[in-house]
Design a protein around this ligand. Structure first.
Ligand code: HEM
Length: 292
């Protein structure tokens, strides 16, 4: 097994070892932290603007302060988003590649069993999943639509009715409110699952995005069995540490699926002769007709 030497070295003192898989790099985690901070600041300042809009008597100064802060938070959020995805665009591209991936029979079975599993996690067993679970793909897509919907409609609203016309302005106002409504519902489910509040989801779940970005091997196999097996076979993102030693944060991770795609010759002559990557991974991928 290879270790991610840039991140950490394998400790070898004979004690019990735990393997971890790098899941989210530093830029994705910073971006996600910015989502949490700015989403809640924008929700709070937006709420003041909204209650004024629907006719509550809000003090004039309060409205002015909320309006200015709402814009400052919005620009800061967009800036962090642009910077993080410009430094590492593959975080965004890979997320959309996983979201857009077609569903196989495990994905369908996962969705069919998800709610029975939530009600009775001890006796319902979910099938293995790829990098993102099928249900997670729906929820991630909705989250991205809402995030970018907020940003685009916000820019249009800032431009104002004089610039874009009252019709478009009203349309974007409706979109902005719709995003807020969708966000309030989705974020409750997202936090419930993402923070590991459901007993069968480990409380370590929040650590994947909010902490060091590593997933324990056992958690990875439990949640995303196919992905974990691929990562363990390839090894590029895997580290092994003594029990009790905390991993340092993931700085950089290698997208094994991107590497695999890049190693293929897509020309008509070369189509049938994909350069062999790690063998087990290619076999698995061929069998599932996945990520190819
Ligand atoms: C305390 C609040 C939150 C917690 C505990 C949390 C937790 C998580 C976790 C654990 C994941 C990663 C799942 C995985 O590894 O596949 C995740 C992904 C994600 N979260 Fe959150 N989250 C929170 C708030 C938010 C907020 C406020 C937003 C948006 C405004 C957001 C947007 C996203 C998105 C878009 C992803 C998918 C990222 C990707 O493409 O991989 N999250 N969250």
């Amino acid at each position: 097994m290879a270790t991610n030497e840039k991140t950490q070295e394998t400790k070898n003192t004979g004690n019990k070892k735990i393997r971890y898989i790098a899941r989210h790099d530093i830029y994705h985690r910073i971006w996600h932290w910015s989502n949490i901070i700015f989403a809640f600041l924008l929700l709070a300042s937006g709420f003041i603007l909204f209650i004024d809009f629907i006719g509550f008597n809000t003090p004039h100064l309060g409205i002015q302060v909320a309006r200015v802060w709402h814009r400052i938070f919005a620009v800061s959020w967009m800036l962090v988003t642009v910077v993080c995805f410009t430094i590492n665009p593959s975080n965004l591209l890979a997320s959309f590649r996983h979201i857009g991936h077609s569903w196989d029979k495990d994905d369908i079975e996962f969705m069919a069993k998800f709610f029975p599993y939530m009600a009775n996690p001890q006796s319902v067993h979910l099938p293995k999943q790829g990098y993102t679970k099928s249900g997670q793909r729906i929820s991630d897509l909705a989250m991205y639509v809402i995030i970018f919907g907020f940003m685009l409609s916000g820019i249009a609203l800032w431009a104002g009715p004089d610039l874009i016309g009252i019709g478009l302005f009203s349309f974007f106002l409706f979109c902005h409110d719709l995003c807020t409504f969708g966000f309030c519902i989705l974020i409750l489910i997202h936090i419930y699952l993402g923070a590991g509040i459901i007993p069968s989801y480990t409380p370590r779940a929040a650590n994947w995005m909010l902490g060091d970005g590593y997933v324990r091997e056992s958690d990875a196999l439990y949640h995303w069995g196919h992905w974990a097996e691929d990562e363990l076979n390839v090894g590029a993102n895997v580290i092994e540490l003594e029990e009790g030693v905390k991993p340092k944060g993931v700085w950089k991770r290698i997208d094994i699926y991107e590497e695999h795609l890049a190693s293929e010759d897509h020309s008509p002559e070369g189509k049938s002769q994909a350069k062999p990557g790690p063998e087990e991974m290619i076999n698995r991928a061929d069998n599932r007709n996945d990520y190819l």
